[in-house]
Design a protein around this ligand. Sequence first.
Ligand code: SAM
Length: 311
Amino acid sequence: PHKAAGGDSVRENNNNSSSAAQVAEHYNQRRQLGVQGRMHTKITGLRLFNNWIKSIMIRKFAYTGCRVLDLGCGKGGDLRKWAIAGISEYIGMDIAQTSVLQAQKRFEEMRNTQFSAHFFAQDCYADPLENTMRPSDYQADVISAQFCLHYAFETEKKARQMMHNVSSHLADGGVFICTIPNANWLVKRLKANHDGTRSFGNTVYCVDFAEDASRIKRFGTAYAFTLDEAVEDCTEYLVHMPTFIELAKEHGLELEYCRDFHNLFADHTNDHSSVELLRRMRVVDNDRPEISADEWEAVGIYLAVAFRKKS
Ligand code: SAM
């Protein structure tokens, strides 16, 4: 990274539009529950499960010595997963400056880290990453965007900027991994509301569409999402998968993997090391999933996706 990208300071590079400012404000306001606090919420099982999914994706696509760029890194919740993967370099970026500071603190408090890390407050969808670091400063082997890419699909301009940011900072042959809400699932669930109401959910989550979404638009189909302790009435946007694949293709990336979380889980139930990881991450206890039926429905909303940049 260029000289200003020091691990000991967080640089801010935000030129927020109002919706992006609201997202930043939303995440900046979230209180940090700490490990103990996180172990006793209605979505503890869901959090553990989602962490297991991210670990599996990191195992699948990261490798010893790879360089990582984490877009929407939040409070750095995946830093340990990357450490276990044996990466050599990490750059974390997020629009919420408070989260970025917490991520940096988390990194500094980690013991025996074998990789260098740098953190930046940056809007990764509205602004070019070049504002913070040039492509020649940093090329990642793995770019990760976990539970955050849906914000880019507010407008075509943002989605294109996001794709340009990814493609220009991804090395040839590198992989872009992300977890996103499954637009088809959400719309199918919406259509199951035969009375025409636009919201659905259960005791842990609520989705509320602002408009009739029975035909998915390419960009800008908004819904409000609430997930118990984690997200409260936050505006998200449907990720129209064919559009995402087309944009990726235009930027030299090919779809390599796409699985919803339920099927990703089913794919790994016979794989000894993945099941062992489930136990260690406390997703299952004595082979019994520690996840309620409502949490299980909520995790089914998501897709794990990977694109490869042609070499
Ligand atoms: N990736 C982290 C994880 O898996 O724990 C955080 C996920 S959190 C649900 C979504 C994150 O996306 C928040 O930290 C938020 O600030 C970030 N975000 C939203 N819009 C962004 C943008 N335009 N640029 C960068 N980060 C953004």
